[in-house]
Design a protein around this ligand. Sequence first.
Ligand code: ZN
Length: 174
Amino acid sequence: MKPLELRFYGETILRKTAEPVAKFDDELRKFAEAMIVTMRDERGIGLAAPQVGESIQVIVALRMEDGDDIEVPAEVLVNPKVVFASKETWSYEEGCLCIPGVSASVIRPREVEVEYQDLEGNVRRVRSDKFFARILLHEIDHLNGVLFIDYLSSAQKSLIKPKLKQISQSLHLF
Ligand code: ZN
């Protein structure tokens, strides 16, 4: 299966709220499979549908902790919603396939519980702490048009501003 084409910072789809999925059919399963292929191809640990040009509520994520091998199985979460987030937070360096070459420390809740549907439409819950929780929060943000750079301080933002400009301007070169 061929990897899907990534979208980059500056494209409006990354700022849109994604539509909930209503049909749990073969088309959805094929799309989720292609998302996993794309994530692995890009050496990513999570991917949200808008990042590959589909404004629908689907994310894929590796269930891993920091330092784990990225060959672990990928999870597919459809229509995911955060139903619990701990008050306790932690900071970690994040990056995004749509914002190449940019990384920064982001503060997020340490523990979350997410309700979602699997590819058959069954409602499920996953409770997770630390690294996997962070991946889920980053990807769910994508479904709401939020990027990790939105959390940065103005000092952090001014540091990455030239790089962001470069990424969004390079879109117009093709
Ligand atoms: Zn991302």
